[in-house]
Design a protein around this ligand. Sequence first.
Ligand code: IDP
Ligand code: MG
Length: 137
Amino acid sequence: MSRTFIMIKPDAVRNRHAGEIIARIEKEGFKILGMKYVKLAENDAKEFYKVHAARPFYGELCRDMSAGPIVVAALERENAVLHWREVIGATDPKEAAPGTIRAMYAESKGANSVHGSDSDENANSEITFFFKGFELV
Ligand code: IDP
Ligand code: MG
């Protein structure tokens, strides 16, 4: 078993897709270790995405990610990181495979509905960013 960290981004919450995305999490066999509904300040988003600080879309990304409420969750499953990346699809919804969450719900490459960790190491640090030990059941 391994863990991943996911976010339902402001565009998906605003467009009322959070329920369907949580249903998909269950359908894909993930155990929900922790889940909460929060709104980031722009500085929180800057801290979370600091690995992207040099990229041209960093400012827009941090503004978008703090523009409205999000759902954050720590999930467990066999091969959790890779499996969730398959479920969400490519970063750009135009390149995302049919049936993936981004193909179904994303508005654009920036407002792409969901986040998923890209490695076990980053999953653990992203989970730690949002959850205290006692918030993981
Ligand atoms: P990922 O979310 O598929 O792992 P990353 O390359 O890690 O993609 O980028 C993080 C987030 O930054 C993306 O999910 C998306 O919201 C945003 N982003 C990435 N590339 C672009 C871009 O070219 N234009 C606008 N936003 C982008
Ligand atoms: Mg990424």
